[in-house]
Write a protein that binds this ligand. Structure first.
Ligand code: GTP
Length: 528
């Protein structure tokens, strides 16, 4: 079911939900675009430093090998050996245990022409030790690497040169010219030593540096590049490698290690925790804002709306809830303004009602009010088996009065007669409650509720006499001055009570009073 968006509460909920979603998306983007790249960059720097350490360890190893190569090459016995003067040299100095202890894979002696003079070592494939005068037979496995060594002999520097081989195996190589112990020459050949970068070497590096390491030949890639091979955020380890230039063209050594990702994982965990806390805090704030909105705005507005809605029922006279009027904020101001307008509106309505029910000249009830009150009185009388009397009063010869004294004086005369009747009505006994109305130009009607016929006749007679007693001069009247009135009286004593019939009766009696010479009160019941 769709949310009714006409409700402020739902609109606020939707708007604040939107704010929450946008904030979460913003934080997520900050994490993706700023925090994570910064952490990865930091991790890359750490990886680079660790690879530097490994590279330094490799270089140190190379220097160590080189020193050992020079030790052997700058030795009188070796000097004599490569010239064929030390027949027991190989037997005395070479043994499997020496190679294993020194961590050598291969030693090759070259004569001054670069030809192999002696070769000894352990075949990496079969692990068999051999010591031969040439790379054949038991030493045939060394032939391939010896060819590579021979290609470099000419470029070997005086103190010796080192090389990084990746073929046929990843290995460190040191080559030195053969000199006397005091390093005097001339050189009589070369000595080359090969140390494999095998598992034993890798274990040694691991022990020294605390970093697991592996090496592999690589064909492509720019030397020096760092490659982060495992890149997932969740991985606890990452493999990083660097390509080191090999001494063999077109080849490189891929130096790889594994690093724990504790720092980035901890940072990401902290960031996610912070993110979660922010979202939880926002949810709390939104809930609080909604609660405050509900209490401070929505609930008072609902009360206000309910109140304005109740005004549609005219039978009820509600007042603006006191709690709203007592508020000292904008809603309170609105409620007070509204209450002021409401009271003004009610006053205007009641004054309009007053105007609609009264005659503007005399202030007496008009025909509308008279008819309504007559209807009510008859209903009450019928219900209570009571009686109602009405009378019609007309000023005698008012046209000649107007013609003689003028219309303005006519108005004043009407007011004087009206006031006189009102005074008498006010003085009547409480049970009589006469209603005096101006129901025509110079015609008045009176209603006497709960009144018997004789009382009504008595009241009519006192009216007639009181008006004569006003002594309003009327020199133009055929019946003579002062001004007089004629009155017709009719009573409803038994059902059915018909207001029109009753008024017709009174009118008939009035007509009869006029006909009888005016200044008369006549009873409709006595008229034929
Ligand atoms: N000054 C004034 N005259 C009014 C008013 N309303 C009605 N009249 C006059 O009242 C007069 C009524 O005259 P008629 O109905 O002819 O009757 P009459 O002259 O009173 O004679 P009878 O009723 O037969 O005694 C008219 O001249 C009306 O103009 C009013 O509000 N002010």
């Amino acid at each position: 079911m769709p949310l009714p968006l006409t409700s402020l509460r739902h609109r606020f909920l939707l708007a604040l939900g939107g704010v929450l979603l946008m904030t979460m998306a913003g934080l997520w983007l900050i994490g993706r675009l700023l925090v994570l790249p910064a952490l990865l960059e930091e991790e890359r720097e750490v990886a680079s430093r660790e690879l530097d350490r490994l590279e330094r360890s490799l270089t140190h190893n190379q220097q160590l090998l080189m020193a050992q190569v020079r030790d052997w090459a700058h030795w009188d016995d070796t000097y004599a050996f490569v010239q064929g003067q030390q027949p027991r040299y190989a037997q005395v100095n070479f043994s499997r245990s020496m190679f294993e202890d020194m961590d050598y894979q291969l030693m090759v002696f070259f004569d001054s022409d670069g030809n192999v003079y002696w070769v000894a070592g352990i075949d990496p494939a079969s692990a068999r030790y051999a010591s031969c005068a040439e790379p054949r037979g038991d030493c045939a496995w060394a032939a391939a690497v010896i060819t590579s060594l021979q290609q470099r002999l000419e470029s070997v520097m005086e103190g010796g040169s080192d090389y990084l081989f990746v073929k046929p195996w990843p290995a460190l190589v040191g080559i030195s010219p053969v000199l006397r112990t005091d390093e005097s020459g001339p050189p009589r050949g070369w000595l080359a030593k090969v140390r494999l970068l095998d598992e034993a070497w890798q274990a040694g590096v691991h022990e020294r540096t605390g970093l697991p390491v592996s090496v592999e030949p690589a064909l492509t890639a720019e030397p020096g590049d760092i490659h982060v091979l495992l890149h997932q955020d969740e991985a606890s380890l990452m493999r990083v490698s660097r390509y080191l230039p090999a001494s063999q063209p077109g080849l490189a050594l891929n130096l790889t290690t594994q690093l724990p990702r504790d720092t980035i994982r901890t940072s990401l965990r902290t960031f996610r925790y912070a993110l979660g806390s922010v979202v939880a805090l926002m949810l709390l704030v939104i809930a609080l804002v909604l609660l405050l909105l509900e209490r401070m705005i929505l609930r008072p507005l609902r009360d206000f709306t309910r109140f304005t809605h109740s005004l549609q029922d005219p039978a009820k006279t509600h007042s603006t809830p006191a709690a709203l009027l007592a508020r000292d904020d904008e809603i309170g101001t609105l409620a007070r303004e509204f209450q002021g307008l409401l009271e003004e509106q009610r006053a205007r309505t009641s004054s309009l009602l007053e105007l609609a029910r009264h005659d503007h000249l005399t202030g007496l009830a008009n025909r509308r009010l008279f008819d309504a009150r007559l209807d009510e009185a008859l209903i009450t009388a019928e219900r209570n088996a009571g009686s109602v009397a009405v009378m019609m009063l007309d000023i005698d010869y008012f046209k000649p009065y107007n013609d003689h004294y003028g219309h303005q004086a006519g108005d004043a005369c009407l007011v004087q007669v009206a006031d006189c009747m009102r005074r008498l009505a006010d003085r009547a006994e409480p049970g009589l409650r006469p209603l005096v109305a101006r129901t025509g130009g110079e015609e008045f009607s009176l209603l006497l509720e709960d009144s018997d016929h004789d009382t009504a006749m008595g009241f009519a007679e006192s009216l007639r006499a009181a008006i004569v007693a006003l002594d309003i001069p009327h020199v133009a009247s055929p019946v003579g001055s002062p001004l007089t009135v004629s009155i017709g009286v009719a009573s409803a004593t038994s059902p059915p009570f018909d207001p029109h019939a009753l008024m017709r009766e009174a009118d008939r009696a009035l007509y009869a009073a006029k006909a009888a010479g005016r200044n008369h009160v006549l009873d409709a019941a006595e008229e034929p």
